[in-house]
Write a protein that binds this ligand. Structure first.
Ligand code: AHG
Ligand code: MN
Ligand code: MN
Length: 341
């Protein structure tokens, strides 16, 4: 084993602190809080089957989706870890209607960071012991520190992200994150509760052979997506590609980043904006994608440049190996041209 395998996430965060000019260690403390909360959620996810935390919580979230007990629990764990340690001035979560303003005891609102989070991604997979995740996105506030946060602190373009990442609670638990200097992955050794650097400098293979999309919705997809799926299935060159879809964005994305592939959640005739949320899911994943040499788009334009207008905004999402996303975009453009004729 090389020495690098023994570098812990804690050591890595501190070492990388110097990458930021005028760093005060605030971002390091924030990332450490996420690291801690992820271990607590990991413990809960691991014992889900025996702890009466599977199943519905009996409520729906702002988006009218059923909340699972673990959705609610993971949301509480992350919010508590971030607010008690006073490392952020505001949090927006997929599970809450509105953003939360953090009022620090000694140093009221002094933190300069806001966090946007999907505390539990892939919740339909909890009850069946299949991989779920957490997705987080960190921005510098645009309003003046010391005052309450405002909506515009959260409605920033993805290009303004300071850091983003996900936790994948899989056959092993990993944190994968970026602060804008590449993507690194850390695997949890559960026996001692420590994350170790296991996947330094992750990069999407430029071309992959996996396409991930809920093909059950085929009939409702835009023509460009239908055409791209048929292209993936054609026996030509290195095709047909392999279809893999778990139904947890984090898990599907993680596999595609390691193996090479494309993830698509397009618009459908029933949901013209798709299903995934720009601020909690698409922007952080798009930041990671680009940092890993891949491409993320809504089928026509770069995700990170979309101007958000509301917290729970949805957007069609295409992310993965650059050449595959470019190809899918070509099919989207062609279909639009054909329609215009
Ligand atoms: P969440 O559990 O946070 O609501 O997210 C679920 C998302 C995403 O993780 C997944 O890829 C997608 O929904 C699956 O949707 P379908 O079941 O419609 O394919
Ligand atoms: Mn999600
Ligand atoms: Mn969720």
């Amino acid at each position: 084993m090389s020495d690098q395998s023994f570098q812990t996430l804690g050591e890595f965060i501190i070492e990388k602190q110097d990458d930021f000019q005028y760093s005060t260690g605030e971002l390091s403390r924030l990332l450490s809080s996420i690291r801690l909360a992820s271990k607590v959620v990991n413990r809960e996810v691991n014992k889900a089957g025996i702890a009466d935390i599977t199943g519905h919580a009996g409520k729906t979230n702002i988006q009218g989706e059923d909340q699972q007990k673990l959705d609610v629990l993971a949301n509480e764990i992350f919010i508590e870890a971030l607010s008690q340690r006073e490392v952020v001035c505001g949090i927006a979560s997929e599970e809450n209607d509105d953003y939360i303003e953090i009022n620090c005891n000694n140093n009221s609102h002094m933190s300069k960071y806001v966090v946007l989070i999907d505390p539990l991604d892939g919740s339909s997979n909890i009850d069946v012991n299949v991989t779920v995740g957490t997705i987080f996105s960190i921005y510098r506030r645009v309003t003046e520190p010391g005052k309450p946060v405002e909506m515009r602190d959260f409605l920033q373009k993805g290009t303004a992200q300071v850091a983003a990442g996900y936790v994948v609670y899989g056959s092993s638990t990993m944190i994968v994150y970026t602060t804008g200097n590449g993507v690194n992955g850390f695997t949890l050794d559960p026996s001692i509760g420590t994350y170790y650097l296991s996947h330094p400098n992750l990069k999407f293979p430029t071309k992959g052979k996996i396409y991930s999309i809920n093909e059950g919705n085929y009939i409702k997809f835009p023509q460009g997506v239908k055409d791209y799926i048929k292209y993936c299935q054609l026996e030509e060159d290195d095709r047909p590609y392999t279809s893999r879809y778990i139904g947890s964005l984090v898990a599907d994305f993680h596999r595609n980043m390691l193996k090479g592939g494309i993830y698509i959640y397009p618009s459908t005739s029933q949901s013209p904006k798709g299903k995934l949320r720009l601020l909690y899911e698409c922007n952080p994943m798009a930041f990671l994608t680009e940092q890993a040499g891949g491409k993320a788009s809504d089928g026509y334009r770069r995700i990170l440049e979309i101007e958000p207008t509301e917290l729970h905004q949805r957007v069609p999402f295409f992310a993965g190996s650059a050449a595959m996303v470019t190809k899918a975009e070509e099919f989207m453009a062609k279909a639009v041209q054909a329609e215009e004729k």
